[in-house]
Design a protein around this ligand. Structure first.
Ligand SMILES: C[S@@+](CC[C@H](N)C(=O)[O-])C[C@H]1O[C@@H](n2cnc3c(N)ncnc32)[C@H](O)[C@@H]1O
Length: 245
């Protein structure tokens, strides 16, 4: 099934597929991504990833795959679980290059591999890992259902996937405040600080079009996941999804 956000592309005027455009956009912003990410979220994104990783502790995963790892923040956080192997996977070589430097600075290169690959065709066998994380990535997939099916395939039975996605709260006045932030402030900051301002107008467009909360859980269930739960974080500006195979 094609979802509304699947069809939103960063550079509407280009003839390229969404996947190629998304990779190009993240290559363009990779050097500023960490600064803008933490600045625009006032650093709260760090606490969301930490919370997600804490939920994986009882699972004691041996292999963790962080899909759409970008500059590797989720993969680095997953090191707290002390698994034997962590893979950070992304289509943008620019983001991965910044991530590899961060991993090396933290002396985690022996544990974390940063791999260029497509989330919709994962280069791993069935039942490969016990945990998958995706931070602010699924919204960018060209085909959401295909990406979710691939995550389900590589998880071993009983394995868990945790997904973080920005959300739009439902209640007044947080909803109005968040929409003002996404529609006005975010594109303004993007124009001021980023070489690719389109990235910061693409972001709110996809956030608003994404099927949040129960709608997303429904899609995950149809993909084969069980025990699907979600939790709004920080007044509903972020959603944490917990899915089991
Ligand atoms: C907003 S960044 C998130 C980075 C990181 N997970 C974090 O928590 O900050 C989204 C990432 O998804 C990646 N991405 C988008 N589509 C992808 C795909 N089909 N396969 C792999 N990575 C993808 C982009 O290249 C980008 O690095």
């Amino acid at each position: 099934m094609v979802h509304q956000h699947d069809t939103i592309t960063p550079y509407a005027q280009e003839g390229k597929a969404k996947k190629a455009q998304v990779a190009e956009m993240f290559d363009n912003i990779s050097h500023r991504y960490d600064f803008l990410n933490h600045f625009l979220s006032l650093g709260i994104d760090i606490t969301w990833r930490r919370k997600a990783i804490r939920m994986l502790r009882p699972l004691k995963p041996k292999v963790v795959v962080d899909i759409a790892t970008g500059t590797g923040d989720f993969a680095i956080e997953a090191a707290r679980l002390k698994p034997g192997r962590i893979i950070g996977l992304d289509i943008s070589e620019g983001m991965l290059a910044v991530g590899r430097q961060k991993v090396a600075r933290r002396k985690l290169s022996g544990l974390i591999e940063m791999v260029q690959a497509d989330s919709e065709a994962l280069p791993y066998p069935d039942n490969f890992c016990q945990a998958v994380t995706v931070g602010f990535g699924v919204r960018n997939f060209e085909d959401l259902d295909k990406g979710l099916r691939e995550i389900h395939r590589i998880l071993s039975p009983g394995g868990v996937c945790i997904i973080l996605e920005p959300a739009v709260p439902r209640r007044f006045p947080t909803r109005q405040l968040v929409l003002f932030y996404y529609k006005t402030l975010l594109p303004l900051f993007g124009r001021l600080f980023s070489k690719d301002p389109r990235a910061y107008s693409y972001l709110p467009e996809t956030i608003q079009a994404f099927p949040h909360g129960p709608q997303f859980l429904d899609i995950c269930q149809k993909t084969g996941f069980s025990q699907c739960k979600w939790k709004p974080l920080t007044l509903g500006i972020c959603a944490l999804y917990y899915l089991e195979k």
